[in-house]
Write a protein that binds this ligand. Structure first.
Ligand SMILES: N[C@@H](CCC[C@H](N)C(=O)O)C(=O)O
Length: 323
């Protein structure tokens, strides 16, 4: 992170539905945000402990930022995201909300930017994302992110299997369950389990076996669908309810995954036959760390909303990090 590993590094710790992150502020892109240091910071015993590291850097201070600025010249901040194992990820739905909360707390963006027009533009490796201030279902202060376009992933290309997968989940007596691979900026395979009992019994200390595996690996979401609220006979638009557990690429089981919640809702919608069949266009996704809301947007886009919590600030001596 620093060239000498002798000076301390300021950090903030935050989470979105308990998907937790170490945040570093590096406006001018002077830090070496490499895989080794990210893995050490994320170590839960010899480091600070987190599912990922987010470096807040100005888009014009790093090469990947050029594409973000070309897409939207107002995207002056970039989310440089690494997983707990140090690998780069294209996008993090919980992370982008926590990054924006951090930028606000540091006085680097204004609350007004979240409340006007389409919201604050943030560059990511998956493209520019826009973040707005919204109210949660119980009046909480939440952030909503336009997560951009999504598509099904066909890992084997032009086959009759399309994005369908078969997934072996550990802890379920060798049964294989149907999956659907969805790209929401990063890759996911959503797996439909048969019951809440299966969801609770699944062993996510190891990655589920996905066949065929998307080319860049995959995050895996195990889901069950609970009854939709406001369906048949009601004037209200139906609200789908999903329970989900997740095994993240580059991390392991986490308490939540924002992109994963979007993929889960989109897969469930697809299995239900889509809008034409009356499938809900908005969902609450319950994860072990809380609840997020997902909404289908026009133009095959999707929105994620949820909380962003900053809980600690401090300094760490990179020379003392173990791992
Ligand atoms: N937890 C994140 C996703 C983080 C990246 C993921 N592990 C990957 O490698 O794609 C989220 O909230 O979206």
């Amino acid at each position: 992170m620093t060239s000498t590993l002798t000076s301390t590094l300021a950090f903030t710790k935050g989470h979105g539905t308990e998907n937790d992150f170490v945040l570093l502020t590096d406006p001018d892109g002077l830090l070496t945000h490499d895989a080794v240091l990210a893995a050490r910071l994320c170590d839960r015993r010899a480091g600070i402990g987190a599912d990922g590291v987010i470096r807040a850097v100005r888009s014009d201070a790093l090469p990947e930022g050029a594409a973000a600025l070309a897409e939207d010249p107002t995207a002056r901040w970039f989310m440089d995201y690494r997983n707990a194992d140090g690998s780069l990820a294209e996008m993090c739905g919980n992370g982008v909300r926590v990054l924006v909360a951090h930028l606000l707390a540091e006085g680097l963006v204004e609350e007004a930017e979240l409340r006007s027009g389409p919201g604050l533009a943030v560059g990511t490796r998956a493209g520019v994302r826009r973040v707005r201030r919204v109210r949660g279902p119980e009046g909480e202060d939440w952030l909503a992110v336009d997560m951009g376009p999504w598509h099904l992933i066909d890992p084997v290309g032009a086959s009759d299997r399309g994005a369908d997968a078969e997934v072996g989940v550990h802890g379920l007596d060798g049964v294989r369950r149907p999956g659907l691979s969805v790209d929401v900026g990063n890759p996911h395979t959503v797996v439909a389990l048969a019951s809440a009992t299966e969801l609770d019994a699944a062993d996510l200390t190891r990655a589920p076996e996905v066949e065929p595996l998307p080319p860049h690996g995959t995050n895996v979401e195990l889901v069950i669908v609970e009854d939709a609220v406001g369906a048949a006979g009601s004037s209200e638009a139906p609200l789908g309810i999903i329970r989900m557990r997740v095994h993240e690429r580059g991390v392991g089981e986490t308490r939540s995954c924002g992109t994963g919640a979007c993929a889960a809702a989109l897969a469930v919608r697809s299995w239900a036959g889509g809008t034409a069949a009356g499938a809900p266009e908005r969902w609450l996704v319950h994860v072990p760390g809380g609840t997020v809301a997902v909404r289908a947007l026009e133009g095959q886009r999707v929105e994620l909303a949820g909380p962003a919590v900053l809980l600690a600030r401090g300094e760490v001596d990179p020379a003392l990090l173990g791992g």
